[in-house]
Design a binder for this molecule. Structure first.
Ligand code: G3H
Ligand code: 13P
Ligand code: ZN
Length: 318
């Protein structure tokens, strides 16, 4: 299925506007009906373009037909600026599958390979994807943290600015994910004063002028959500995210896609814990799932307005 039949757009026009006007498109991860509608509701309320991100494990969890059925059910119009993006595709086959079922954007994550092998794997995907006008993101450098259900990275390697022009020219990718100190999951920093590597970001932006850059592992880990989770029976300690101010600064420096998954997981979990704890006699899942969906929408709205700056940006697209 061609993605345009689902009302989706690829990321090219979204990134062009984000770069010109110094904001970031949020990429929010989804994995079921509640999370998909929470993200879509927030985008519609805030008039924000949004990248609906689906990891390989989330795609396996939902099933391809179910996901595409839900996307169709959302009755998306191309003027709303929704892209459907494969997050951390590990090889050509999963990217090809995503493109064939209706994704408008894919990430090929060969960042753990050598530069040459990363280029080859990425170019293979680009050559296929561009035939269908699907945009491609790739990654240089590696983030610490959990990148997939089976992959635990413990160390990070910052992106080497010396590699970026070679990589982009050799692959013809549409956006580049870089490693400047963010990491996946809820435990990103040991201390509050740890800074992202803005000097690396600025050097990459200098070498790739007007080229869309992507920040993975960029959840801010709102402490209010951690407090609620712990207040209602959870046990999460030492979780720390990326400071809002630093994320906003990155949006002024060619970062035009910011990936958020952990914050939304926290919102969903906090609301379910609170709802079940406050109404111990409830066994109607629709009740606690409604609370979870509403809390997730609110978290998306907060981040669209306070971090991404993408609110009220859909009218700028034809
Ligand atoms: O970057 C990874 C995302 O947070 C997806 O995680 O594979 O558990 O869905 P997942
Ligand atoms: P967080 O774990 O910081 O939400 O990162 C999500 C992400 O990068 C998805 O690709
Ligand atoms: Zn990621």
């Amino acid at each position: 299925m061609k993605y345009s039949e689902l009302g989706l757009v690829n990321t090219n026009q979204l990134f062009a506007d984000a770069l010109t006007n110094n904001y970031a498109i949020p990429a929010f991860n989804i994995y079921n009906m509640e999370t998909l509608t929470a993200v879509i509701d927030a985008a519609r309320i805030a008039h924000s373009p949004v990248i609906i991100a689906v990891s390989e494990s989330a795609l396996k969890y939902m099933g391809s037909d179910m996901l595409i059925g839900m996307i169709r059910g959302a009755k998306i119009s191309p003027t709303e600026g929704f892209a459907l993006h494969l997050d951390h595709g590990k090889d050509f086959n999963i990217c090809k599958h995503a493109i064939e079922i209706g994704f408008s954007s894919v990430m090929i994550d060969a960042s753990k390979l050598s530069l040459t092998d990363n280029i080859n794997a990425t170019k293979h995907v680009v050559d296929f994807a561009h035939q269908y006008d699907v945009s491609v993101e790739a990654e240089l450098g590696t983030l610490a943290g959990i990148e997939d259900e089976n992959t635990f990275g413990t160390t990070s390697t910052y992106t080497n600015p010396d590699d970026v022009e070679t990589f982009v020219n050799a692959t013809d990718i549409d956006s580049l994910a870089i490693a400047i100190g963010t990491s996946h999951g809820a435990y990103k920093r040991k201390r509050d004063d740890e800074e992202l590597q803005f000097d690396i970001l600025s050097e990459i932006a200098r070498r790739l002028p007007q080229f869309p850059l992507v920040l993975h592992g960029a959840s801010s880990i709102p402490q209010k959500l951690i407090t609620t989770i712990n207040e209602f029976g959870g046990k999460i300690s030492g979780a720390r995210g990326i400071d809002d101010t630093q994320l906003r600064r990155a949006t002024q420096m060619n970062i035009c896609k910011i990936n958020v998954d952990s914050d939304l997981r926290l919102a969903f979990t906090a609301a379910i814990r609170k709802s079940l704890s406050e109404k111990p006699d409830n066994f109607n899942p629709r009740e606690f799932l409604s609370s979870a969906r509403a809390e997730m929408t609110q978290t998306c709205l907060n981040e669209i307005k306070n971090i991404m700056g993408s609110n009220d940006k859909i009218n700028t697209h034809p």
